[in-house]
Design a protein. Structure first.
Length: 132
């Protein structure tokens, strides 16, 4: 395929053509898989939790009010917008989604948590669930 000095041989496909072919094949292959919306919880740039969601699903941010010492529940609806939280361990913050609870108080004070919705192939969701 390559001659002594690394230049492609005559008649060999170019790198750009091969890369384009791989990209086109991947695009074609992915079009056969159904897509799903995924709510992603990301802490310090690393995905910690994912939930399959639909537009209109809700999740709850839970914490104890620092002065009143009463529980506070903020309900959010899933759409295409992003949400950003800053952690304060003293308030015992958590996210509640369906029957799952994501403890945020385990992270240091001031840690940024990003919550956003992305679209992923359903196959990706099943593989991720099988691996974890």
């Amino acid at each position: 395929m390559f001659c002594k000095y690394g230049a492609p041989r005559r008649g060999a496909p170019s790198f750009t053509a091969v890369l384009g072919g791989v990209f086109a094949f991947a695009l074609l292959l992915s079009s056969f898989f159904p897509m799903a919306r995924v709510l992603v919880v990301e802490v310090i740039g690393h995905t910690t939790h994912t939930f399959e969601v639909a537009v209109g699903d809700t999740f709850t941010s839970y914490y104890f009010h620092s002065l009143e010492r009463v529980p506070v529940y903020e309900v959010f609806s899933v759409d295409s917008a992003d949400l950003r939280l800053i952690i304060s361990p003293e308030t015992e913050q958590a996210l509640l989604f369906q029957d799952r609870r994501v403890e945020l108080a385990q992270y240091p004070r001031g840690t940024r948590v990003d919550i956003y919705v992305v679209t992923r192939p359903v196959v990706w969701l099943r593989l991720r669930r099988a691996i974890s």
